[in-house]
Design a protein around this ligand. Sequence first.
Ligand code: NAD
Length: 261
Amino acid sequence: MFLKGKSAIVTGSTSGIGLSYAKALAAEGAAVMINGFGDAQAIETERAALEATAGAKALYDPADMSKPDQIAAMVARAEKELGSVDIVISNAGIQHVAPIDEFPIEKWDAIIAINLSSTFHLMRAAIPGMKARKWGRIITTASAHSLVASPNKSAYVTAKHGIAGLTKTAALEVATHGITVNCISPGYVWTPLVENQIPDTMKTRGLTREQVINDVLLDAQPTKQFVQPEQVAALALFLCRDEAAQITGANYSMDGGWTAA
Ligand code: NAD
């Protein structure tokens, strides 16, 4: 339990990769604030389970990651109710699949706000407390799409490239304050985000569901396997260790070899 006494915020942690991050942090004793949307009863069940695992407080905050004031209020609440914010994992994300000339403008705005701008607002709110305590771990969730593009994902690819640049910039700014800032770039992980984009990919590419899974998603990854959310969380946990104190400004690929190809 190397995170006993530390507190963390994980955005977008009501499902998928974010929930795995929260579980991994709690398993090491961290107090965790989870965030995201979903069924209230299911969220409460997860929150209670995290609290039991960690033996430390777990809170749920419903802040909308497209709203800067709600992000700042969430960080302030965590500082107050958990005592500190030592670890921040920016993870909330959405996706939309359409060609640029048909891309709904409101979808563009939402993807940039929720995936990219929220990461900036989260850092902006959390860094002062980390500087005061001279210790912090900021982890951003980008994607293989922070390094390569795919057709019909303009907003997502732009947001993820932006997160990679923001991560490097932040790492340089806080390097002398005991704070590291790193990015994790997963390949395809079987979560609602990936499953929900299958119908649009079928439409834009004229493929069946099976073909999208095998010839688009799995074909991108030389291992021909999905990445597991627990594998992503294990890397985040390592970045929180004192042994990782000299790792900063890095962008870790965990994509079954996708971006090596
Ligand atoms: P998911 O759909 O399972 O989880 C997304 C989370 O974000 C949910 O908790 C959801 O409630 C939350 N969320 C959505 N909009 C929000 C908002 N406005 N405010 C607060 N929370 C909001 O998806 P996932 O695959 O676990 O994605 C998590 C992150 O991982 C995303 O940033 C995604 O881009 C990234 N990622 C996913 C994959 C993949 O293949 N699944 C690959 C690379 C990167």
